[in-house]
Design a protein around this ligand. Structure first.
Ligand SMILES: C[S@@+](CC[C@H](N)C(=O)[O-])C[C@H]1O[C@@H](n2cnc3c(N)ncnc32)[C@H](O)[C@@H]1O
Length: 293
């Protein structure tokens, strides 16, 4: 259950080029697949890891206890700048990794409420100690607000129909369970069509909204640029076009960054790990000096 295959691990290491004694940040620790490999990649290396999920932090504190050079922070990665500055590390980081989205253990645990296939409370918070669960938001949001979220973050074309049905049906029975919502969406959309479950896009949208994922990503990308030393590397793995667009634009529009490469998983990895199929890794380098043109 706890297994999480790190996506594009050799490509991430090739992109970050970990060096002996270097300082690295893993903004999305998860189960530490990438973090462990970075720590092992060169001697004397230091790694600051972040995760907003208390389960990921508990795992790190147990599985990585006593590993030299490792520090775990329970925080949203949009606080990375503040935390690194307080530690006197701003401008000194050799590489930042962001492996976005949710981990397999989060998806697999029905109690976290991410899965439309396994019944559980309709929660979806990566950090259940903060904010509100999706069920609370769906109980009070207007049909327009719900439709906007489904459309903007899920690119769901049936957003208005689904939102109206939620607002209508919640009067008789509030939406509190994942499968309850998934079945209602499937009904509204006329059952399963194609390969993906009809609730896939809506669940992605609600997750992005309730966790403020895109705002956190925008903020953390800018903070990463500040945190990096000259020639430092930024490596970001995205899993859908909304994330990848933000990463691409940030690299393109930030004067101090130069794109290094864009990488996709090879066929063998895509076969072996379904999560990897939609992944794209972008690597950028911080320039030695900003050239004004
Ligand atoms: C895809 S998993 C990372 C897996 C990890 N690379 C590994 O090899 O095990 C993403 C992780 O990032 C965390 N995460 C997502 N958004 C975050 C944010 N804004 N701040 C901090 N952690 C976040 C999630 O809680 C999750 O544990």
């Amino acid at each position: 259950m706890d297994a999480h295959q790190p996506v594009m691990l050799p490509q991430v290491l090739a992109g970050l080029v970990p060096r002996a004694g270097g300082l690295y940040v893993d903004a999305t620790f998860g189960r530490g697949g990438h973090a462990g490999a970075i720590l092992d990649a060169a001697p004397g290396l230091r790694l600051h890891a972040f995760d907003r999920d208390p389960d990921a932090v508990a795992h790190a504190r147990q599985a990585f206890a006593g590993r030299p050079g490792f520090t775990m922070h329970h925080a949203n990665f949009d606080a990375m700048g503040e935390i690194l500055t307080a530690a006197g590390l701003s401008g000194q980081v050799d590489g930042v990794l962001m492996d976005l989205g949710v981990s397999s253990p989060q998806l697999d645990d029905p109690q976290r409420g991410f899965s439309f296939l396994r019944d559980g409370p309709l929660d979806m918070r990566m950090d259940p100690t903060r904010g509100e669960p999706v069920s609370d938001w769906l109980a009070r949001a207007s049909a327009d607000e719900i439709a906007d979220v489904l459309y903007l973050y899920g690119e769901e074309r049936a957003s208005r129909r689904i939102a109206r049905a939620i607002v209508h049906d919640r009067v008789a029975e509030p939406f509190t369970r994942t499968v309850q919502l998934a079945e209602m969406i499937a009904r509204v959309m006329g059952g399963a069509r194609g390969r993906i479950h009809p609730a896939t896009r809506s669940f992605q949208a609600l997750r992005i909204h309730i966790n403020g994922e895109l705002d956190a990503l925008r903020a953390a990308l800018l903070q990463s640029v500040e945190a990096l030393a000259v020639d430092g590397r930024l490596a970001v793995i995205s899993f859908h076009s909304l994330e990848d667009r933000i990463v691409k634009r940030c690299i393109r529009d930030t004067e101090a960054l130069r794109a290094v490469e864009r990488v996709f998983p090879d066929d063998a990895e895509a076969q072996a790990n379904p999560r990897a199929r939609s992944a794209v890794l972008r690597v950028a380098r911080k320039l030695s000096s900003v050239v004004w043109s």
